[in-house]
Design a protein around this ligand. Sequence first.
Ligand SMILES: CC(C)(COP(=O)(O)OP(=O)(O)OC[C@H]1O[C@@H](n2cnc3c(N)ncnc32)[C@H](O)[C@@H]1OP(=O)(O)O)[C@@H](O)C(=O)NCCC(=O)NCCS
Length: 177
Amino acid sequence: MSKRDDFGSSFIEPISRRHKKDSFESGQPSLDYYLKKQASQDVKRKVAVTYAAIDGRKHVIGYYTLSSFSIRLPELPAATIKRLPKYPQIPATLLGRLAVDESHQGTGLGEHLLMDALARALRAASEIASYAVVVDAVDGRAIDFYERYNFVQFPDNGQRLFLPMSIIAKAFSDPAI
Ligand SMILES: CC(C)(COP(=O)(O)OP(=O)(O)OC[C@H]1O[C@@H](n2cnc3c(N)ncnc32)[C@H](O)[C@@H]1OP(=O)(O)O)[C@@H](O)C(=O)NCCC(=O)NCCS
């Protein structure tokens, strides 16, 4: 895992009506549609929180969503199952979506948003237990992106990957990882 720090975290904040979303284009229409049409409703209904990276003119230049989640134990790799209690479901945190506006892709913002999401998930897990952060990748390129940060694919669903909270905790306590 690596953590570039080119961006102050102060401009990542929960999405609100003050933010301008209409020009957001990530190259993935479903992720653009979600930001423009669905994100605020999901916040209102308490099913997902959207955190947005905002530029000086209040335009959203990137975002991610977080929700509580549970993993059915048999979905995890056998080696992971061995180390877990035999509960039918294991608590987790879902990083459901992550996208960066095309004008800012390749500048480190995607990594910065991912690190912000992992740090936030780790803080929350100290109060409400979560075994791992789970991500849903939109396509093969997104899978490659998450694998760079040590996310592991679920055996029977390659679009879904996870990173144990214990590894996230180690990474944030030891900057060399
Ligand atoms: C995937 C995405 C979030 C990456 O954001 P980004 O700002 O372009 O990425 P960064 O500039 O932070 O790149 C961080 C590192 O990941 C690498 N990287 C970026 N996209 C990658 C990809 N698709 N596959 C593999 N590596 C990737 C970069 O080369 C960089 O590595 P480096 O530090 O060695 O140069 C962005 O391209 C995007 O929004 N894509 C469309 C939506 C999407 O696919 N979302 C993914 C989750 S659903």
